[in-house]
Design a protein around this ligand. Sequence first.
Ligand code: GLV
Length: 304
Amino acid sequence: MTVVCLPDSHAVELLGPVPDGVRVVAWNGEADQPDGLAETTFWVPQVEDSTDLPGKFAAMPKLKVMQLLSAGVEDVAGHVPEGVQLCDARGVHGSSVAELVLALILASNRRLPHFLDAQRRGVWDLVQGEDLRDKRVLIIGAGDLGEQTARRLRSFDAEPVLVAHSARDGVHATAELPDLLPDADVVVLTLPLTSKTEGLVDAEFLASMPAGSLLVNVARGKIVDTDALVAELTSGRLRAALDVVEPEPLPEGHPLWSAPGVIITPHAAGDITQAGARAFALVNAQLRRYLAGEPLINVVEGDY
Ligand code: GLV
């Protein structure tokens, strides 16, 4: 008997049929533990709940697989016991995140916030925007999110330039950013938060972006130095579109709320109605791989 632990009964429904010999239990990580929890070998935790991980691992001493529902793993990586494979949800959120990136770029470049504002006031107030044709879009983070964003941008006749930690075919290294940034019309952040990427977008980075360019962050708020960004927005030199900020939720009265030229969405990129079904289709396929003794996909390894 293989015991699979899911966060709640809705997740159990989304998982759908499982092979014979699998028992599915639901546990939200709180004190009230279901029967059989201690036999769990395959665990899907609640999204973005990294509270008391040691306590949760202690409740599941036979655990072999921790399958996350998120693309980001920064709260968990480094805290997983020896012998447990950590897997992310690569492939689940790529289309929704890439689509929001396009929506944010188009909204900012076509000045939709200005027009909505004027509409609310009942004022016919024309300002010029710009289209994406021939625009150079630097995408920092060349995983699924970055590649899906690049593919969509090409259909708008923009010129995506992918950047990752190390260079590979068709991808530049972050070390090349000082040369790349001054030519960017848009910079999109789709990279993971790690000790190396925290604060990557600092005052110097922002100063290297050309006047009038746009920063889009759908990665993690901590990658950007918020004070430095607020200074650039306040001076009117840069625009930004932020789906992630630091801290989240952004507190009332925070200077980002009222900075000029910024669009803020509440970490909504992956939060679409289809996300649950897609995520649990991945979980179901991953569980079958595990049961068959096949290699798992999306395994997070090495330094994070
Ligand atoms: C969302 O932010 C994710 O990491 O999937």
